[in-house]
Design a protein around this ligand. Sequence first.
Ligand code: ADP
Length: 346
Amino acid sequence: MFFNSRIAGIILAAIIAIIMAGYLAFLDILSIRAILSTTLVTFFTAFLFIFLTLEFVILREINKLYKMLEKLKKKDFKQFVKKIKNTGGDHYSKINQELFNFVSRKEEEIDELKKLENYRREFLADVSHELKTPIFSAQGFIHTLLDGAINDKVNREKFLRKAAKNLDGLEALVQDIILLSQMETGELKMIMETFDLNLMIKEIFEQLEDKAEEKEIKLILDAAQNHIIVLADPFRIKQAFINLVDNAIKYGNDKGEVRVGLDKDKDHVHVTIKDDGPGIAPEHIARVFDRFYRVEKSRSKEKGGTGLGLSIVQKVIESHSSKVSVTSKIGKGTIFAFKLKTSNIG
Ligand code: ADP
């Protein structure tokens, strides 16, 4: 760097000195000796001025940037960002700003990658943990049968049923895991169609009728209009509704009620799924959409829950450019809400 500023200084100073000498010679008022000494003084003064300017102002700043880039290479982002912030306000603030933006972007990308990496690691750990329980249980029942319980007429059917129940749970879990990961990787695209939402809710009620009857829960549709046509993926939306209504029945009180409300405005239908069950405590509410999060682990498992139902609902609703929210009051019940685009065609 020093060598470059010296060469540049010599060249520029020589040009200035030559111009000066030419000009003095042209004026023809000084002797050759005086012109030569003036040229020499001009050369040295110009050299010094240019050299110092380059060295201490421009090159010093460039050196600073080089050092910062060195840090960038070493991924020392935190210090780098701080340094750039401190150099703001001088002539180089624009370059600094550009670098600052670049580094900030890189930092965000790295954070995002770290988050994804953590997510993958946690997901793998969670999935292995969740798969372990039904596999080991089914294995236990089958081995007990093989070890002689098969001859015990009273217990063999009971054990076989228990093994089958665990394997059914395993299948539901694997299906949910596949669906969730397909949605997360963007592999699963929504197929948008227009359909009658009221009709779909009625079909879902019929499908879950037996479950609701077991607990003497009433399923009620509160719709502002008889036919509300929405633009959405019917298959995925149906799945999201089934998860929400099924949860409302599962976690709701016996002899209670589950209400699906459809309220239409100009472009949207506002959906609510409301139960009058025990509700969700405030410390759990923010986490119910997390994968495998259960307020009461044993209760959810005993009810056949995979712990992925609400994560799937959240992904489906997000894929429809909407957001699902939850409000709950202990002892009063829970409301899940989201909106869907309506359509005038259909
Ligand atoms: P699960 O398969 O366990 O039902 P979900 O993701 O569907 O998993 O729900 C996560 C947890 O949120 C449930 O385990 C339950 O504790 C709680 N939950 C969901 N819906 C309701 C509800 N309507 N009332 C009370 N708790 C609920």
